[in-house]
Design a protein around this ligand. Structure first.
Ligand code: BGC
Ligand code: NOJ
Length: 812
């Protein structure tokens, strides 16, 4: 069943009922100010850091779901309703929500009144704008009341949700005729406040939640809306809010338009006050002035459209398959940008308080956005590298506001260092900007320890190369990519974090997955060294990689697939002899992507085993058989009920590894089969089962062992976005940036006879058409560039601004 449809021409997903299986959200904001917005106008805003600078409140586990946000109430005689249906839930005569790139439009109609609520965050400014248009569709005049309402968060979302003994006494506001200023803690150390404004003077307002909702009222039944209207309350402590009331009269066919904004303002310490206790509102007034008339909103939207056209223009495919095209050209790239902005911090499953930016997560996200915003990828790499420890290990996370590593989680995730090589390598392939390797970059955020980025990569490589266990495989530490495989943790006490309990390192537990990574990204490191003239270092790296490959084929090979790990007692994890968890997806994907066993046959055998053991109709599960009990020696992975999350869920993140691995072996039909099973646009029809948004990937789909097989969770913020984009754009469609130019090497279903890709690369535009007259899956026969055949399949780098036409012929 579907709950909407794709409008590809407008690059929108159109939701046609407010009762989606879960709130279906969008992200507004591209730089510093962000808003999560659901299809019923739920959500919240923050400035840069969802924990430390949260502007409005959101209660994740509330019932009903998603009842805080940017709601508008309409009172039309005796009927109170919301254009987005929530929170009053009055049934609507018509409803539609369009989620577009960086904006959303929610439109509801009731009793001949249409209310359109458009929301966006302008480029270059720190505010959420909301344009509200009311239209009387009936034949008689109407007088209605409009109430916008939002609830402020007292900045630090964690403190806001827990430290009530203090919070109930700190809330402060200031009020102007058209604006409510939230200035809690501004009197002391904060230099920022929030402002909610309207471009029209309201008839009344409230700033105390108690006054607006009633002590025992709720957003579904605000006392002011259902009773006598707003009271002019001034919040002193408790819960500051911004609510306004407008009485509007509309003749038949008449339209009224109002602009609202929620802004974040920072003042220099010396200019905090206008007069004692009165905040300096000059910058807020300037912000308000920028958007006074309703056409300013159109200008904002127009720049946003240009911005996205520019970003997405880097990769556009025409494959003849509309589902594929809409994912590649619009939604997958959009999701990659959202992961760039958010890492894993703020979604409807990530509270914004728990995690900042993940080291490995952000490095992987880079793989999906580097072609859109190389300059910002560059900054990101340098930020991440600056959190690395001098020995090459890394803080697992850092806060975006401070850019400092998070002490509470620390280090010990032994795959982290290698992801820095992966991200930097992707950047170099994309841009050819070797100067990044010379950039001085702190260790542990200590500038006195600065070294060129190249040295950071070297230490990443060395850290892995020198932390090997008894089988010459890399030590796993706290965990590798799979945060839940905690082989040194041995946690027996409920509530202990699996990620930080126990030692951060053990001398025995080893990871075959990291070994695969070492082969793949160690080789990338060797290539980088060779390119910059470090021939000896490159040869040494190749040697270490070869030794690792041998170790994998020896201790890492189980007979029919790659093992997963050795635990702290030296026992195999992920082998046929194991009682549960005999086979895992990760090492099959990573080792085959690294080319391990490609010639000697283990690679093909491993992928066959994946198909045999791990396939399901909704995607490939992470492991089989699922763990049915808690294994002290394995940690969090066995804490999940069978079929969920890392315990045999369909982890969408590593499905594309299998796509890439299959493509590595030239299996185009199978690669595409795996690709489409988890691809949102291809499973839109089962939205009642999948439940999460049909336009973005979820981290996890419940696996075949789960009672809710097929149900998605943790949508939006997942490395799935980057890896699926890589798998389709590079592995299947075959347009691969290399250090020397753009390589064309597709691996497609044999039934595909032709497709084209337009790719911006290092300043030039490549218009590539691939012909497959013989119906093969892979193998490039010839490549013509502007009519002339080239040697090999790597398109040489072109001058800036040039457009070249490329014809590629597959076949023998
Ligand atoms: C989740 C993992 C996640 C980890 C992060 C675990 O509970 O299952 O997917 O990476 O938490 O801390
Ligand atoms: C989610 C985390 O963000 C990511 O870093 C990790 O690799 C996966 N879960 C798998 O555990």
């Amino acid at each position: 069943m579907k709950f909407g449809f794709f409008d590809d021409a407008r690059k929108e997903y159109v939701i046609t009922t407010p009762c989606t299986p879960l709130p279906w959200i969008n992200y507004l904001g591209s730089e510093n100010f962000f808003t999560l917005l659901s299809n019923t106008a739920g959500g919240y805003s923050f400035y840069r850091d969802a924990r430390l600078r949260r502007l409005t409140r959101y209660r994740y586990n509330n019932a009903p779901l998603d009842s805080e946000g940017f709601h508008l109430y309409i009172r039309d005689n005796d009927t109170v309703w919301n254009p987005g249906w929530q929170p009053v839930q009055t049934s609507l005569d018509r409803y539609e929500c369009r989620h577009g790139l960086g904006y959303s439009v929610i439109e509801g109609q009731k009793n001949n009144l249409t209310v359109r609520q458009e929301l966006t965050v302008p480029l270059g400014d720190n505010c959420l704008l909301m344009r509200v248009t009311l239209r009387n569709e009936g034949g008689t005049a109407k007088t209605v009341s409009l109430f916008p309402y939002l609830e402020f968060c007292l900045w630090d979302a964690q403190d806001d949700a827990s430290n009530f003994q203090r919070n109930y006494s700190t809330g402060e506001v200031e009020i102007e005729p058209c604006a409510v200023y939230h200035k809690t803690e501004y009197r002391e150390r904060r230099d920022h406040y929030a402002v909610f404004w309207s471009n029209r003077r309201p008839d009344a307002y409230d700033t105390s939640r108690e006054a607006f909702l009633g002590v025992y009222g709720s957003p579904a039944k605000p006392a002011a809306v259902f009773g006598e209207g707003c009271t002019g309350s001034v919040a002193h402590g408790w819960q500051p809010i911004a609510a306004m009331e407008f009485v509007l009269s509309l003749q038949p066919g008449e339209t009224e338009c109002l602009i609202f904004g929620l802004g974040y303002i920072e003042n220099p310490q010396t200019e905090k006050w206008e007069s004692p206790s009165v905040i300096n509102k000059r910058p807020a007034h300037a912000m308000i002035a920028r958007y006074q008339d309703r056409f300013a909103f159109d200008t904002v939207l127009a720049s946003l459209h240009d911005y996205w056209r520019g970003l997405l223009g880097g990769y556009q495919a025409a494959t003849g398959n509309e589902k594929l095209d809409r994912m590649v050209n619009i939604w997958n790239q959009y999701q990659c940008m959202v992961t760039f902005n958010m890492s894993r911090s703020a979604s409807y499953f990530e509270s914004g308080m728990g995690r900042g930016m993940g080291f490995r997560d952000s490095c992987q996200d880079l793989l999906g956005f580097v072609h859109m915003i190389p300059q910002r990828a560059r900054e990101r790499i340098l930020d991440i590298a600056a959190t690395q420890f001098p020995d090459g290990s890394a803080y697992h996370q850092y806060q975006p506001l401070t850019k400092k590593g998070n002490l509470d989680i620390g280090s010990g995730f032994n795959d982290d260092p290698l992801w820095l090589i992966a991200g930097t390598d992707a950047y170099l392939r994309e841009t050819g900007d070797w100067s990044i390797l010379d950039e001085a970059c702190a260790f542990d955020n200590d500038l006195s320890l600065s070294q060129p980025l190249l040295e950071h990569l070297r230490r990443s490589f060395r850290y892995t190369a020198t932390h090997l266990g008894p089988h010459k495989l890399p030590l796993i530490g706290r965990a590798d990519w799979n945060d839940c495989l905690n082989l040194n943790c041995f946690s027996e006490h409920p509530g202990e974090s699996f990620q930080i309990s126990g030692p951060s390192e053990g001398p025995v537990a080893e990871s075959v997955f990291i070994a695969g990574m070492f082969v793949k990204y160690g080789r990338a490191w060797a290539d980088i060294c060779r390119h910059i003239g470090l021939a000896d270092e490159s040869a040494d790296a190749e040697q270490a990689v070869a030794e690792m490959e041998a170790a994998v084929l020896d201790a890492g090979w189980d007979g029919s697939w790659f093992r997963r790990a050795y635990d702290a007692f030296g026992n195999v994890v992920g082998g046929a002899a194991c009682e549960e968890g005999k086979i895992f997806i990760e090492p099959q994907g990573m080792c085959v992507m690294a080319g391990i066993g490609k010639v000697s046959g283990q690679a093909a055998q491993a992928l066959k085993s994946v198909e045999e053991w791990l396939d399901s109709k909704y995607g490939i599960v992470l492991l089989q058989p699922a763990y049915t009990r808690y294994h002290l020696e394995l940690g969090e992975i066995s804490s999940y009920p069978p079929g969920y999350k890392e315990n045999a869920g369909i982890f969408c993140h590593n499905n594309p590894w299998i796509v890439c691995a299959e493509a590595e072996l030239g299996h185009g039909d199978r690669a595409f089969q795996v690709y489409r099973r988890t691809c949102p646009a291809f499973i839109e029809d089962i939205s009642e089962i999948h439940r999460t948004e049909p336009y973005v990937y979820s981290q996890m789909i419940a696996g075949k062992d789960a009672p809710t097989f097929g149900e998605g969770k943790n949508s939006w913020l997942t490395g799935t976005a980057a890896w699926t984009f890589l798998s389709i754009s590079q592995a299947i469609l075959g347009v691969k940036p290399t250090l020397d130019g753009l390589q064309i090497d597709p691996c497609i279903p044999s039934s595909v006879r032709e497709f084209s890709v337009s790719r911006r690369y290092r300043g030039a535009l490549y218009k590539i058409t691939v012909h497959n007259p013989a119906g093969v899956c892979s193998g490039v026969r010839s490549v013509l560039m502007d009519g002339a055949e080239i040697v090999g399949n790597v398109l040489p780098v072109q001058p800036d601004g040039k457009t070249v036409n490329v014809e590629v012929f597959l076949g023998d």
